[in-house]
Design a protein around this ligand. Sequence first.
Ligand code: 5GP
Ligand code: ZN
Length: 112
Amino acid sequence: MDCIFCKIASGEIPSQKVYEDESVVAFRDINPQAPVHVLVIPRVHIASIDEVSEENIEAATAVLRAIPRVAAVAGLTNGYRVITNCGEDGCQSVKHMHFHVLGGKKLAETMG
Ligand code: 5GP
Ligand code: ZN
């Protein structure tokens, strides 16, 4: 499968990793939307949150479990925002589930 985030997870494509464990990789977004903008992904390919199922729930849960650790490593001591875009209306551009972790300043109150 030709998936850019699978290649980042495997190290085939370089990234600025901030955290990794056996199930999860977190790396800095190439086009940051906030002073801190990190993407947290499962190592296994899950296309979007719409594809979370009994079969991959452990990998999906591992991502959620990792997010507070990623936030701590990234220095987000005063809060942060977590977003996952899904599908066309969600403007998902990379079809490997990822959670944006944004912070480093007081973020905008609007989201949509
Ligand atoms: P989406 O729009 O799918 O929710 O978010 C995809 C994110 O991946 C975007 O914020 C984009 O900047 C980021 N991105 C796309 N390609 C790369 C890449 O090769 N490396 C890194 N670090 N981020 C990427
Ligand atoms: Zn993938």
